[in-house]
Write a protein that binds this ligand. Structure first.
Ligand code: CP
Length: 337
């Protein structure tokens, strides 16, 4: 499978995702340290990262290639991202030039740009990322945009396979967690879709005012229809966790008050009890797992005893970021690409 864009698992078929996961497992067990010799991955980080930044660099090194990173923090020019702007401020370089230049040095390009969280419609349409996509002249990897995080989803799918978490009949609970700030919808949207595409019965449990947008739910329902899974949303916590194989915690912004910091804050400040702790697992499967994409705030989204206990697989997920991404860059730049 030649891969030109890795943007959304929904753009791949289930066999194509499974083939990427098979390749990831092969590269994990039978290293190919020269597969990407002479290849360069350009990495543009307009938003912060620990895992994505380091795992892509490690992936390229393990395959014999190289990478370079550009981020506004390190740029002496400053990067302007807005279109149609008169650049008489601090930034002296526009993405319209920067992306074609960076692309021309690499054999593939990864871009991370979080949601602006001003307009829900723009973020759902991934407007900023789509505009940047037009400027790239080489295969492109979405390293998290306003509404996508396919690298996280691939790693999470692989993690569940390795843990023997069932596809058909597996119950996956995406559980909203408290956070002091409004966070983007990329991970919850991508995670919901991934679990539905994997064939699981997915429950989204979130407080009133934090419902995922109808278009995101509809997309996941479509994936579930094809995979034999199911999707539903509720605000009833105890009932939601019943029979869960996985409780996946994630913090996200109020969709009722999207772009309204004060309205969001007012709503979320009453929700500090939405923390994942052992009682959440009382009616789950006895060996139910705790998942989170990281970074996570201890004592805020989840308690220490869960994170430090046997249920937590967050480090396993993070490790799989590298193996999954090795498969992605191999398909983009490796033999037969
Ligand atoms: N999960 C994830 O993408 O982590 P980083 O933000 O650290 O890259």
């Amino acid at each position: 499978m030649a891969l030109k864009v890795f943007n959304d698992l929904a753009e791949l078929s289930i066999p194509e995702v499974e083939s990427l996961l098979k390749l990831a497992r092969r590269l994990q067990t039978k290293p190919e340290p020269q597969a990407l010799a002479g290849k360069v991955l350009a990495l543009l980080f307009l938003s912060p990262s620990l895992r994505t930044l380091s795992s892509f660099q490690a992936a390229m090194i393990r395959l014999g290639g190289g990478s370079f990173v550009i981020s506004p923090d390190m740029s002496i020019h400053g990067l302007e991202t807005r279109s149609g702007i008169v650049m008489d401020g601090v930034a002296a370089e526009h993405l319209r030039e920067a992306i074609p230049v960076i692309s021309s040095y690499g054999d593939a390009l990864g871009i991370r740009a979080f949601a602006n969280r001003v307009s829900l419609a723009d973020d759902l349409a991934d407007k900023e990322f789509m505009a940047m996509r037009e400027l790239a002249s080489v295969p492109l990897i979405n390293m998290e945009s306003a509404i996508q995080h396919p690298c996280q989803s691939l790693a999470d799918w692989k993690t569940m396979d390795e843990l023997g978490i069932p596809k058909q009949g597996g119950k996956f609970v995406l559980s909203w967690s408290w956070h002091p700030k409004a966070l983007p919808l990329a991970v919850p949207s991508a995670t919901l879709h991934m679990a539905a595409m994997r064939g699981m019965d997915v429950t989204v449990v979130r407080p009133d005012g934090f419902a995922l947008p109808p278009s995101i739910m509809a997309k996941a329902e479509q994936a579930a229809k094809l995979s034999g899974g199911s999707v539903r949303e509720t605000d009833e916590r105890a009932e939601a966790y019943e029979g869960a194989h996985v409780i996946y915690a994630k913090e996200w912004a109020s969709t009722r008050h999207y772009g309204d910091r004060v309205g969001d804050q007012k709503l979320r400040e009453q929700l500090q009890d939405w923390i994942v702790d052992e009682p959440c697992f009382a009616r789950a499967q006895p060996d139910a797992r705790f998942m989170h994409c990281l970074p996570v705030r201890r004592g805020v989204a989840v308690t220490d005893r869960i994170l430090d206990g046997p249920r937590s697989v967050v480090i396993h997920e993070a490790q799989n970021r590298m193996w999954g991404q090795m498969a992605v860059v191999y398909q983009m730049m490796g033999p037969g690409a």
